[in-house]
Design a protein around this ligand. Structure first.
Ligand code: AMP
Ligand code: MG
Length: 406
């Protein structure tokens, strides 16, 4: 039986980025850039005021308070018409360009207007001695024309959509999203809106996997529940192989109705591995289907919901990320156990845990009271999987462990 690292390597070898296409930037939420984005602008495009106040010359204010003559008022969208000369100030609003001659802005709260009858005050009393450059954001301080601001492989969030708009980039080249078909196998399964009869349970894997596929930036094609017969499986798997990735749940262990591996082989899906040194998730099956030049990835996930979830996190999510063009995908952190933990068995365990941030920098993690691979309820309290190495041992409270974010 192969280990987790070797299995992941095999999966990643077969997961190649999909082709790219152009997309309106505003529609690109969740997509991954297939090009570097180079700025054509300086940002800000001119020296600008960061506050509402008065643009002044520091030399005039080596002693404060001091009174200055007000030249004009400049709001955002206007440009100054007069240089600030000794003894003067310009009333300026946030975002407006700094007038020539001025080297600092004093915020309005540190000033008082000398009473007069004009709408723009003719004199202002400044109550502080500013530093040179105070409250001024210089042209190009945030980015310069020619800077690579986003690299290929960068995922587009709402932040990037805003930044692209600032740059005037209205369309981008992105990696096409992979498609993933989802099939849940099992004679015992009923839909979430049905009441299970004797021996039946609701199909929790399909909705969960569908959501996980979407979270991973791929397109989900749910193909429903399939009964444990060769004919039904063949028909459903044929449809599933139209997608880039096929996820099956159930039917990959050693039971009499575990027909998934032989049916996949019969349909020409080449087995890469079956079974991994891993708990939960040992029965995982992975294979590849070569079809008119493109290769489809097929995962036979174990039926128990937490096993399916762990296998998705360890193998399917990284595969989808690569296919979607994402650069890095690691989410391992260190944490300290809040309580002792006893580990049994020859397989490494991915155990649900809940983290809290310690006062200071580190993370503490509490192993949850989890009843095994059918217990999805406890996972609702978890935010990480704790990675326990294989073996029979006890870790005292305070031991360092690795955790993977869920
Ligand atoms: P299997 O791998 O088909 O032997 O299934 C292992 C266990 O997982 C059995 O107890 C199944 O009832 C359960 N199971 C299989 N498929 C699902 C599913 N889609 N949703 C919830 N539980 C499932
Ligand atoms: Mg089954």
């Amino acid at each position: 039986m192969i280990g987790v690292d070797e299995a992941l390597q095999l999966v990643e070898q077969h997961a190649v980025p999909r082709a790219a296409h152009r997309l309106a930037a505003a529609e690109a939420l969740g997509a991954v850039l297939d090009e570097d984005i180079v700025s054509t602008i300086d940002s800000p495009p001119y020296d600008k005021s960061q506050v509402d106040g008065f643009a002044v010359r520091c030399d005039d204010l080596s002693k404060s308070p001091a009174e200055l003559r007000v030249l004009e008022e400049v709001t955002a969208g206007q440009t100054p018409t007069r240089p600030v000369i000794p003894g003067t100030a310009t009333c300026i609003m946030t975002g407006a360009p700094i007038p020539d001659g001025s080297d600092a802005v004093v915020m309005v709260e540190r000033t008082s207007v000398v009473p007069g009858n004009a709408t723009i005050p003719s004199r202002v009393c400044i109550q502080e001695s500013p530093r040179a450059g105070q409250n001024i954001l210089r042209r190009g301080e945030a980015m310069r024309a020619g800077d690579v601001v986003l690299r290929r492989g960068h995922g587009i969030r709402s932040i990037e959509i805003g930044l692209l708009a600032e740059l005037g980039v209205t369309d981008v080249r992105v990696t096409s999203r992979p498609t993933a078909a989802i099939i849940s196998t099992g004679n015992e399964l009923v839909h979430a809106d049905e009441t299970p009869g004797p021996g039946q349970i609701r199909n929790s894997n399909s909705p969960m996997l569908e959501a996980m596929v979407r979270e991973a930036g791929a397109e989900a094609r749910p193909l429903g529940i399939v009964r444990d017969t060769e004919a039904d499986l063949i028909a459903a798997i044929r449809r599933g192989l139209e997608c880039d990735v096929l996820l099956l749940s159930g039917g990959v262990s050693a039971g009499v109705l575990d027909l998934v591996p032989p049916v996949l082989r019969q349909l020409g899906v080449k087995e890469i591995f079956h079974k991994v040194q891993l708990k939960p998730g040992k029965p995982l099956w992975f294979g590849v289907h070569e079809q008119s030049g493109s290769s489809k990835l097929v995962f036979g996930l174990p039926g128990n919901p937490v096993s399916s979830l762990v296998c998705f996190e360890l193998f399917v999510r990284p595969a989808l990320a690569r296919m979607a063009g994402k650069a890095g995908n690691c989410c391992i952190e260190s944490a300290e156990l809040t309580q002792a933990f006893r580990h049994h068995g020859a397989r490494p365990t991915f155990f649900p845990g809940r983290t809290v941030r310690k006062s200071g920098a580190g993370l503490l993690v509490e192993p949850l009271k989890w009843r095994g691979s059918a217990d999805l309820r406890r996972l609702a309290d978890a935010d990480v999987l704790i990675c326990f190495e294989a073996g029979d041992y006890e870790l005292p409270a305070g031991s360092a462990v690795k955790v993977r974010r869920l």
